[in-house]
Design a protein around this ligand. Structure first.
Ligand code: 5GP
Length: 130
């Protein structure tokens, strides 16, 4: 069965999209640790990051770097953290999280955002992609 992220990539489930290319897709996390929390995923559905072939792994890192730099420009934060967990969704994803404190990195504290706020932040991140 297709993962929830494959359904997002295929447009079967809506998302606040940030960017995509031939192999990768970025969108806002629906239950963010901090405003701007973004997920970068390979279009190929693999569960664990260390099982990616080397070229997809390196491509995902380059794509995440590009999106992370745009995020850092778009959102007021001390830095953007990169985390890989995958305990909830078995489709590789890199979390890009704007960090102002350690709490933002813990996944224990979530922020509520209205749909308009998701739209605005996605637009602002998209505008910073080089
Ligand atoms: P992990 O698998 O790394 O533990 O976390 C999965 C992440 O995916 C969580 O931060 C969760 O909020 C996010 N997530 C789960 N389902 C959806 C969804 O349908 N849409 C979006 N945008 N994010 C999701």
């Amino acid at each position: 069965m297709a993962s929830i992220f494959t359904k997002i990539i295929n447009g079967e489930i809506p998302c606040y999209k940030i960017a995509e290319d031939e192999n990768f897709f970025a969108f806002l996390d629906i239950n963010p640790n901090a405003k701007g929390h973004t997920l970068c995923v390979p279009k190929s559905e693999v569960d664990k990051i260390l099982d990616l072939d080397e070229s997809t792994y390196m491509g995902l890192m380059a794509f995440s770097r590009k999106i992370g730099k745009a995020l850092e420009d778009a959102v007021d934060c001390k830095r953007v953290g990169m985390t890989v967990i995958g305990l909830e969704v078995p489709h590789v994803h890199v979390h890009l999280i704007p960090l102002n404190s350690m709490q933002d990195a813990t996944f224990q504290h979530k922020v509520a955002m209205a749909p308009e706020e998701f739209e605005d932040i996605a637009k602002s991140i998209r505008s910073k992609i080089e």
